[in-house]
Design a binder for this molecule. Structure first.
Ligand code: NAD
Length: 349
């Protein structure tokens, strides 16, 4: 039986070095996601028996808090309450949520204060699901407190801050994970399979969607999911030009960025937002052998996207993810943020 620790139990010792804190919390690599509170009551056979019983019952969990109760925050709570059986996400237990508003309990989970979340020893993990502009401060605050962090993309609104946050996570020995559900969609997986082995000549990705909500930042950051597709498909990119058109009175904006692949193939990325615009991705990729003008059809995934991301994050907490993959992810995330910042600079100049 799995049982959450009491708030006085299950203290985890801080160690230095990336991933060691996760390892301390979980006990050891081979016992994924588990740490056991030893309650040695007395010596002798009876004591041993009781201890064995307690061991069975006190498999503890990683307590989590969700910051920001919008669409993403609500889904995070839902997924932690009903994780995929047998997955490492089962080791997460949601202990509360934080909101600027004063709210009733959500899905049976109570609101708690920032101070409580920071100081409680039974809270080890924070999910940052606020508007983009407040991600950086929230991530920093929880990392400083020695908590693992999962932040919805984009982690920050500038490259330098993200480098600092990764450094802070390393210093504290905790996991810093940025959600990228766009890479987990069946549409994207199918596109990636289709593109594999083809040589790009030129291409474009034009995203349209409804007006941007306040607090979601400049288009290159709010739309970083599209940039992440391009980098994941075609490798490292550079920015050669970028412009933005804005009509504040109509809540309309359009950004056009020209990118180059490492072998000098041009890619155009357009983000266009405004009331009534359909949410759509239009692609036009010319390869040596064919042209792709539509996303290849793909079935819907059996497991939801946020749940897939939750499993990936909790696998990181359990030290189940290859360090080389972690490094690749970090390099990709920082590269995309650097490109987004360069695009913003060019649009402003
Ligand atoms: P949303 O507007 O529905 O929710 C944001 C919530 O955060 C609001 O309820 C707001 O009150 C709250 N909030 C803002 N600042 C806060 C603070 N300082 N403390 C506590 N609460 C605060 O937005 P959303 O769609 O849920 O998006 C949230 C994040 O998730 C964004 O970064 C977005 O890029 C990312 N994301 C969302 C989706 C999605 O499908 N909705 C998908 C991928 C990524």
């Amino acid at each position: 039986m799995l049982r959450a620790p009491s708030s006085t139990g299950g203290r985890h010792k801080r160690r230095t070095g990336r991933g060691r804190n996760a390892q301390a919390v979980f006990g050891c690599r081979s016992q994924i996601g588990l740490y056991i509170i030893k309650r040695v009551k007395e010596s002798g056979a009876q004591g041993k028996k009781e201890e064995q019983e307690n061991r069975k019952e006190t498999v503890t969990m990683l307590g989590a808090v969700v910051v920001g109760i919008g669409t993403a925050g609500w889904v995070r709570i839902r997924d932690m309450l009903a994780p995929v059986p047998g997955s490492p996400a089962e080791k997460l237990a949601v202990r509360g949520f934080i909101s600027r508003r004063s709210l009733d309990s959500q899905q049976g989970v109570s609101q708690i204060s920032v101070e409580a979340a920071i100081s409680r020893e039974d809270i080890h993990v924070a999910f940052i699901c606020t508007e983009n502009v407040s991600h950086e401060d929230n991530v920093r605050m929880f990392l400083q407190a020695g908590k693992h962090v999962c932040v919805e993309y984009p982690m920050t609104m500038n490259h330098k801050a993200a480098v600092e946050l990764y450094g802070l996570a390393e210093e504290k020995g905790v996991v810093l994970h940025e959600e990228h559900i766009e890479l987990l969609t069946e549409d994207y997986r199918e596109l990636k399979r289709t593109v594999a082995g083809k040589v790009l000549q030129k291409g474009s990705l034009h995203f349209t969607g409804g007006a941007l909500k306040p607090g979601f930042g400049f288009l290159a950051f709010s739309g970083i999911a599209r940039l992440t597709w391009l980098v994941d498909l075609f490798g490292e990119l550079s920015v050669t030009a970028a412009t933005v058109e804005e009509d504040v009175s109509r809540s309309y904006s359009k950004m056009t960025a020209t990118l180059l692949t490492s072998d000098n193939r041009p890619l155009v990325w357009i983000e266009e937002r405004g009331p009534g615009l359909p949410r759509a991705k239009n692609i036009n990729f010319h390869f040596d052998s064919c042209t792709l003008t539509q996303l290849p059809p793909a079935p819907r995934a059996a497991v939801g996207l946020f749940m897939q991301d939750l499993i990936h994050f909790s696998a990181k907490l359990a030290n189940q993810v290859d360090p080389k993959e972690l490094q690749r992810e970090k390099v990709r995330i920082l590269h995309c943020l650097e490109l987004a910042q360069r695009i913003e600079q060019l649009c402003q100049s």
